[in-house]
Ligand binder design. Structure first.
Ligand code: ADP
Ligand code: MG
Ligand code: ZN
Length: 503
C-alpha cells in the first residue's frame, strides 16, 4: 500500500477506534553486561567485548548483574508497579545468528515488575493514564551487518558479519496494557508516553535513554475496531521506532493504513512492520501469528531473583522527584507556558537547560540557546541535544560573555558554532576567531568618525532631524568592526557626535 492509498486520518477516526500497545526497550547504563563481566562499552573493535558466557560457549555459566536488577526494580517502582517477591529468568528459544546461544535470556510469565501505570501529560495539559502490564529484564542481541546488497538488509546480501559486543547488554522491556480511549489523540498519547518514560529513565539514572543511539526503542502495536465494538481488532507491530516524532508518525500511518484495509473489506494480518523515516510509512516484516512458539522455559543456569522487601522499600524511598512534578515546578520557576514546557520536553532540552542554569546562566538565556541555535543544529545534524558536542557549562559561559557585554547575540552564535565544530571551549573560540565586541570607546569613536566621514549625505540628513537614517550609519560601523561592536552604543555615539537627541 502506498501513502496515497491511505484513508485520511479524520475519516479513519470517524469510523474506527484505535487500540495501541507500546513495548519499549531500554538499554541500561551498567558498566558490565547482564550475565557476564564483559564491558558494555560499544565503541570498540567488533567482538572485542565478548567472553565464553555472552558467546554461549559450552560450559559457561551466567551470573546476574546486581545493578541490572536494581535498575529494573527502580523502573518498576517509578512506574507504580508491584515488585515480584520471587521471579525467574526464562529462555526464549529462537535461531538467529545474532544470538549465539540460540536463545535469549529474558523473563516470560514471571516479570520482576507488573501492574503499574504512568501518567502522561498531553499538549493541552490533560493527564492521560497509561496502564503498564509489566517491566521485565532481558539481554540485547548482537548486531548483524549484511554486506553486498543494495539496502543493507539481508535480502540480496552476499554475506553477513556479526558483532557480539552488544550481545548480553542489559535491557528492560516495558510493556503497556492495551491503551484504549485515546481516540484521535492516540498518536499524541504514544509520543507523550515515550517522552515521559524517557524522562523517567533519565531521572532514575539507569540509562541515558538516547533514542537516536538505540538506547531506547519502541515497538508500536496498533489495531482498529469499529466504534462501539468491545473486541479488539488484529494488531500490527511496527518495530524499533527510534524517535519521538517517529512514534507519533508510525501510529498515525498505521491508523490510516488499517482503515484503508478494513474499508476495502480486507483483513489485517498480524505481522511486524518496518517504519521508514523518509516518508513516515511502514512496510510488512514477518508474519507473527499466535503459532509463533519460542518454547519458553525457566532458565536452569540462573537462580531465581527474590528482591528483599526492605531493599525494595529502601529503593522506593530513594526515588527522585517524578519528571512531571519536576516539570511543573520548573514551569512555575521559569514562568513559561504548558506548551513551551512540552516543546522543551520533546526536544530533550529540560536537563541541559537545568544544568546550564546550575552552571550560572539565567533561565531565559539558557532556554533561548538550547531551544534556538542548539535545537536547530541538533535537528540539522539528526542528533539529540544531549549528544551535541557542547556542554551546559560551555553554554553558560557563552551567556556570561553576552551578559558582561563582550559578545553580542550574533557573535555568541558564532562562538557556539565554533564550539560545535570542535574549535575548543567558548574562550578558545573567541580567542582564535578574534570575536569580541569592540567595547574600547576610543576604537568605537574612531569607527564612528570614519563612518560619518564616508557617508556625509546620510550624516546631514540625521543632523537635520531624520534620526531614522542613523540605522545606515550603525550598519556601516558594524560592517567595519565585523559585527563586533555593541550596536546600541554605536547608535548613541553617532547621535552624540551629530548633535541630535532622540525624542
Ligand atoms: P508480543 O510478544 O507478541 O509483542 P506482547 O504481549 O509483548 O506481545 O506485546 C503486545 C503489546 O500489544 C502489548 O502492549 C499489548 O497491550 C498490546 N496489544 C495486545 N493486543 C492488541 C491489539 N489487539 N491491539 C493493539 N494492541 C494490542
Ligand atoms: Mg512485541
Ligand atoms: Zn561476556
Amino acid at each position: 500500500m502506498t501513502v496515497t492509498d491511505l484513508v485520511s486520518y479524520e475519516d479513519a477516526l470517524a469510523s474506527y477506534d484505535p487500540v495501541m500497545g507500546l513495548e519499549v526497550h531500554v538499554e541500561l547504563g551498567t558498566k558490565t553486561k547482564m550475565f557476564c563481566g564483559c564491558s558494555t562499552e560499544l565503541k570498540q573493535d567488533a567482538n572485542s567485548q565478548t567472553c565464553p558466557t555472552c558467546l554461549g560457549l559450552p560450559g559457561s555459566l551466567p551470573v546476574v548483574n546486581a545493578i541490572g536488577v536494581e535498575s529494573a526494580v527502580k523502573i518498576g517502582l517509578a512506574l507504580n508497579c508491584e515488585i515480584a517477591e520471587w521471579c525467574r529468568f526464562a529462555r526464549k528459544n529462537y535461531f538467529y545468528p545474532d544470538m549465539p546461544k540460540n536463545f535469549q535470556t529474558s523473563q516470560y510469565d514471571e516479570p520482576i515488575a507488573f501492574n503499574g501505570y504512568l501518567d502522561v501529560q498531553l499538549e493541552d495539559g490533560e493527564i492521560f493514564r497509561v496502564q503498564i502490564e509489566r517491566a521485565h529484564m532481558e539481554e540485547d542481541t548482537g548486531k548483524s551487518l549484511h554486506v553486498g546488497g543494495a539496502t543493507g538488509r539481508i535480502h540480496g546480501a552476499s554475506h553477513s558479519l556479526l558483532d557480539y559486543n552488544r550481545a548480553g547488554i542489559p535491557l528492560i522491556e516495558i510493556v503497556t496494557k492495551p491503551i484504549e480511549g485515546a481516540g484521535t489523540r492516540a498518536p499524541e498519547v504514544a509520543k507523550a508516553y515515550v517522552a515521559e518514560l524517557r524522562e523517567l529513565i533519565k531521572a532514575l539514572g539507569v540509562s541515558e535513554a538516547r533514542m537516536e543511539q538505540g538506547q531506547m526503542r519502541c515497538d508500536v502495536n496498533l489495531s482498529l475496531r469499529p466504534h462501539g465494538r468491545e473486541e479488539f481488532g488484529t494488531r500490527s507491530e511496527t518495530k524499533n521506532v527510534n524517535s519521538l516524532r517517529s512514534v507519533e508518525r508510525a501510529a498515525r500511518f498505521e491508523i490510516q493504513r488499517h482503515a484503508a484495509v478494513l474499508n476495502s473489506g480486507g483483513t489485517i494480518v498480524q505481522e511486524t512492520r518496518h517504519f521508514h523515516e523518509e516518508d513516515g510509512s511502514t512496510t510488512a516484516g514477518r508474519i507473527k501469528d499466535n503459532a509463533e512458539d519460542y518454547r519458553y522455559f525457566p532458565e536452569p543456569d540462573l537462580v531465581p531473583v527474590a528482591p528483599a522487601r526492605e531493599w525494595v522499600e529502601e529503593l522506593r524511598k530513594g526515588l527522585p522527584e517524578l519528571p512531571r512534578v519536576r516539570r511543573n515546578r520548573l514551569r512555575e520557576e521559569w514562568g513559561v507556558s504548558e506548551h513551551d514546557m512540552q516543546s522543551m520536553l520533546n526536544a530533550g532540552a529540560i536537563d541541559p537547560i537545568v544544568a546550564t542554569i546550575e552552571a550560572g546562566a539565567d533561565a531565559a538565556s539558557a532556554r533561548k540557546w538550547w531551544m534556538g541555535e542548539l535545537a536547530r543544529n541538533a535537528n540539522e545534524s539528526g542528533r539529540d541535544l544531549a549528544s551535541l558536542p557542547i556542554t551546559p557549562e560551555q553554554v553558560a559561559r557563552v551567556t556570561a560573555l553576552v551578559k558582561e557585554g563582550s559578545l553580542n547575540d550574533k557573535l555568541a552564535r558564532q562562538v557556539i558554532e565554533g564550539v560545535l565544530a570542535g574549535e575548543g571551549g567558548p574562550d578558545d573560540v573567541v580567542e582564535k576567531r578574534g570575536l569580541k565586541v569592540v567595547s574600547d570607546e576610543g576604537a568605537l569613536s574612531t569607527a564612528v568618525d570614519e563612518a560619518i566621514a564616508a557617508n556625509a549625505g546620510i550624516a546631514d540628513k540625521i543632523r537635520s532631524g531624520k534620526v531614522a537614517a542613523a540605522g545606515a550609519l550603525v550598519g556601516a560601523v558594524m560592517k567595519a568592526t565585523r559585527g563586533q561592536a555593541d550596536a546600541a552604543r554605536v547608535r548613541e555615539l553617532i547621535l552624540e557626535k551629530l548633535g541630535v537627541t532622540e525624542g
